[in-house]
Design a protein around this ligand. Structure first.
Ligand code: PEP
Ligand code: MG
Length: 325
């Protein structure tokens, strides 16, 4: 199977009827870097910077952060890398940091909330990213943004750091795009404002679904209770595509959903043109894309999403479609 997938490595990633799809990989540590090349992916759609913080015994020094980010950009070459700022707290605790006892850690003091309340940590990370990208293209993405004001506050930290580095004679990145994860349902109702501000948006379906369905993603008793290929989810995801298109903003999805070929088929059929998947899933998802007749898939899925929710199993229909094609 792996040999079969590596044969696809150098083929342009496009559907059978010619729609190019940007297929990227998720990464977080230096051991992931060879996968950029060996999958033939078009870049790193989600670099989870917290992993460096989680594997160590103490807070990584800024020189260690700088070295990692440089290595990542070196390995990626001309392919884009989207660095997500620290997404710690919740289920991602740092053993050496103050622990806060919370009744609902997933809803608690985590990710950008912690970053904005303890800006020293976020600032030094952003400085390391900006320095690593000297003379190059940088993409920075914030986790768990729930209102546009938070995005503005986080983005202003980047602007301050750019000013600081400029004043101190450092070479700045050639360009910096600033985007956000879309993981909190409240953002679904601020999409117009969000797309005006953010250079790009990436849907974090793992957290978005956890919050949409009020289902703990880490609790196996409940995590399988809802169907990712059901009307409420696919309608929400389609609304995001429509808004992004209207605003002419780039949109991607980097949650685990995209790593399942059947779900990736549904995502492309509802309008996603950029997906970021686990390195292992890159081959199977690319194989699906190369064989996909997008016009047929679009014609199939539209009516299913518009049918009354629950009246038809979208998953079953997708499986039928995938088997027939
Ligand atoms: C997500 O929530 O979908 C996501 C990609 O982020 P993480 O899985 O790291 O929370
Ligand atoms: Mg998340």
């Amino acid at each position: 199977r792996q040999a079969q997938y590596s044969a696809l490595r150098d083929l342009p990633c496009a559907t059978k009827d010619g729609q190019p799809i940007d297929l990227m990989i998720n990464a977080g540590l230096t051991i992931d870097l060879p996968h950029i090349e060996d999958t033939g992916s078009s870049g790193i759609g989600l670099f989870r910077t917290e992993l460096q913080f989680m594997v160590g015994q103490s807070l990584p020094r800024s020189s260690d952060q700088l070295a990692l980010y440089r290595a990542v950009l070196d390995a990626a070459g001309s392919k884009p890398v989207t660095f997500r700022t620290l997404d710690i707290g919740g289920d991602k605790a740092l053993p050496y940091m103050e622990t806060v006892v919370e009744e609902n850690p997933a809803l608690g003091w985590r990710a950008i909330r912690l970053g904005l309340d303890r800006p020293g940590l976020l600032r030094s990370q952003i400085r390391a990213l900006l320095r690593a990208a000297a003379g190059r293209y940088l993409r920075v993405m914030f986790p768990m943004i729930s209102e546009v004001a938070e995005f503005d506050a986080a983005k202003s930290i980047i602007e301050r750091e750019l000013t600081y580095l400029r004043q101190h004679g450092h070479t700045l990145p050639e360009r910096v795009d600033v985007g956000t994860m879309l993981e909190v349902p409240a953002l679904l109702y601020q999409l117009d404002e969000l797309f005006k501000r953010a250079d790009f948006v990436s849907v974090g379906s793992n957290d978005l679904f956890q919050f949409l369905f009020a289902v703990d993603r880490g609790n196996s008793k409940v995590s399988e209770r809802f169907d990712t290929l059901s009307a409420p989810i696919l309608r929400a995801l389609r609304d995001i595509v429509r808004k992004a298109r209207a605003a002419k903003r780039s949109l991607s999805l980097c949650g685990e959903m995209a790593s399942q070929p059947l779900a990736a088929l549904a995502l492309i059929a509802i309008g996603y043109r950029s997906l970021s998947v686990s390195a292992l899933a890159h081959g199977p998802v690319k194989a699906m894309i190369l064989g996909l007749d997008l016009a047929k898939a679009e014609a199939m899925i539209g009516p299913l999403l518009d049918a009354p929710a629950g009246s038809v199993s979208i998953r079953d229909k997708l499986i039928e479609f995938a088997e027939a094609h």
